[in-house]
Write a protein that binds this ligand. Structure first.
Ligand code: ZN
Ligand code: ZN
Ligand code: ZN
Length: 171
């Protein structure tokens, strides 16, 4: 499916699914930033310092992050950061498929799926807040069939499932 040759998060042990707190998260962050750099290079897009920093802050955990939290965190290291700076960086990262918006949380999460632009589908833990991106190809096809049968043109699609991750369900 993927045509690009850069590192893929889906190839990284532990990049998909739920993680809990006990894993080497530095590895997830490192892989995400490496992938962003290689994809931007391939596409001739500029991963500026601010864009890279916003991506790094989003990857700080596997929980979705609100824009105003990003603004606060960014302000700790960069003087006079204004909301448009954060929104422009988010817009860039989303356009390149490096970040997804989680509509039901009004927050953002790093993409751990394929390098191809895709509809993201999420499992969201209501207890710990961890978000897991799932491979939605089968979901996309099923939704497309139903829409086509109804003569409906899909303009946007959101699949976000709320529940409990394995460790929260076990505790
Ligand atoms: Zn991690
Ligand atoms: Zn994704
Ligand atoms: Zn949980």
């Amino acid at each position: 499916m993927t045509k690009t040759t850069g590192p893929k998060l889906s190839d990284v042990e532990g990049a998909r699914g739920f993680h809990g707190t006990a894993h080497a998260h530095g590895r997830c962050i490192g892989q995400a930033l490496d992938r962003a750099e290689s994809l931007c290079r391939q596409r001739g897009a500029r991963l500026t310092r601010t864009r890279r920093r916003v991506l790094e802050l989003i990857w700080d955990s596997h929980k979705a992050v609100k824009a105003y939290d990003l603004l606060d965190r960014l302000g700790e290291t960069e003087k006079s950061v204004r909301p448009p700076t954060v929104y422009r960086a988010l817009k860039f990262l989303i356009a390149h498929g490096l970040v997804h918006r989680v509509d039901s949380l009004n927050a953002f999460i790093g993409c751990s799926g394929s390098d191809e632009l895709h509809n993201a589908q999420f499992l969201i833990c209501q207890k710990c807040g961890e978000v897991s991106e799932i491979d939605g190809e089968g979901i996309d096809q099923a939704v497309a069939r139903q829409a086509a049968a109804a003569g409906f043109t899909i303009r946007s699609q959101t699949v976000e499932l709320h529940g409990e991750c394995p460790s929260c369900a076990a505790s």
